[in-house]
Design a protein around this ligand. Structure first.
Ligand code: SF4
Length: 376
């Protein structure tokens, strides 16, 4: 199984929350009624800036990325910037019309699979979801696109991992990624208290370890770390705030309104970099590093201390703890109340710093979502 070492910094883009499904566990509350989408020219600029900042992977999620018209153009920008491109999909819309234009730019296609057909369809709230996803997998194989499956681990489904890994191997996948359910977005209301606890995470870890020996050709990943792993990798998890942004913030998220958030969608909004609607990513990043990076490093250090202290759970999903703690340790972003903005902006406050302010205002942000390397 893969560990924490050798991570590649990821720009995770959610160009739209439009989706053909409205799954029970959807962290981004995506669905057919969502209409907003980001201009691909804005995103292409962000991709180029992110590459210059050290990000090496473009991960496109949603919503359903294959409902984003300029998907191929976005991936082409990623390739031009030297990034590895991954797309996470529910796999139900992979007709030749949609798949063929993106194949030349794809490094990995991640297909969401939530268990055997009945369980998958229940979670997806569509009785034909599994069958339609399955129908398109031969085309993915025929196109020669490397693909993996991504599975949402709840408190109740670690016993399905054997089926999942067997299914992935039969279908020719190269990767199985198991991601713990986070109680945000639609999962908060529709699947309350269904997130896996430490017992379920340990069961999943043990099961994946056993399955890895049975399926050596598959890469199995669990998005959780033991206390020992967390202790061993402190330097990577709590990086120097004066160092490269991609070291401190190995996942940078862009939502469908252009808001840029470090690490995970449900981080306290005061840590946001701002919006691509107001400034380029390079400007937002420079301002954020001058104002907020130090506070984020303090937050990461506190989260790490909490997870490795005596008596802590033996395993955890790192970003859940970081996000939870961020609400009691907000960044000290100065947000002027309406009417209190100074008449003349001091010269020391750059346009990019002001551009960061909207992301700190709760009303300007859409529903929270989650930030795994692959998200679906
Ligand atoms: S989980 Fe994925 S497929 Fe389901 S509604 Fe959300 S974005 Fe769509």
């Amino acid at each position: 199984m893969s560990g924490l070492a050798g991570r590649r910094a990821v720009l995770q883009v959610h160009p739209t929350r439009r989706c053909n499904l409205a799954c029970a566990h959807c962290y981004s509350s995506s669905g057919p009624d969502q209409r907003a989408e980001l201009d691909v020219r804005v995103l292409a600029g962000a991709v180029a800036d992110a590459a210059a900042l050290g990000y090496r992977q473009l991960s496109v999620s949603g919503g359903e990325p294959f409902l984003y018209g300029p998907l191929a153009e976005l991936l082409r920008a990623g390739r031009a910037a030297g990034m590895a491109n991954t797309v996470t999909t529910n796999g139900m819309l992979l007709s030749p019309r949609r798949l063929d234009p993106v194949v030349p730019y794809l490094d990995l296609l991640a297909v969401s699979v939530d268990g055997p057909p009945a369980e998958h369809n229940l979670m997806r709230r569509d009785p034909a979801a599994f069958e339609r996803m399955l129908r398109y997998l031969p085309a993915v194989r025929a196109a020669g696109v490397p693909f993996g499956v991504i599975f949402t681990l709840t408190r109740y489904n670690a016993d399905q991992l054997e089926w999942l890994v067997s299914f992935a191997a039969e279908q020719g996948a190269g990767l199985v990624q198991v991601h713990p359910l986070t109680q945000i977005g639609r999962a908060r209301t529709d699947l309350p208290a269904a997130g896996p606890d430490a017992t379920e995470l340990l069961a999943a870890l043990a099961e994946l370890d056993r399955l890895q020996r049975l399926y050596p050709g598959l890469e199995l990943r669990l998005d959780a770390a033991t206390t020992g792993q967390l202790a061993a990798h402190r330097a990577e998890l709590v990086a120097d705030p004066d160092g490269p942004l991609a070291d401190l913030v190995p996942v940078l998220l862009v939502d469908d309104h252009g808001a840029v958030t470090p690490l995970t969608h449900d981080l306290d909004r005061s840590y946001g970099l701002g919006s691509l609607a107001y400034a380029r990513l390079s400007e937002l990043a420079a301002a954020w590093q001058a104002t907020t990076a130090g506070r984020l490093a303090e937050l990461l250090a506190a989260a790490h201390d909490r997870l490795v202290r005596p008596g802590a759970d033996p395993i955890a999903y790192w970003y859940d703890t970081v996000a939870e703690l961020s609400r009691s340790m907000p960044a000290a972003m100065p947000v002027p109340a309406p009417g209190q903005m100074p008449a003349a902006v001091p010269a020391s406050i750059s346009a990019a710093v002001l551009a960061a302010v909207p992301a700190a205002m709760p009303a300007s942000m859409p529903a929270a979502a989650l930030a795994p390397v692959l998200a679906g």
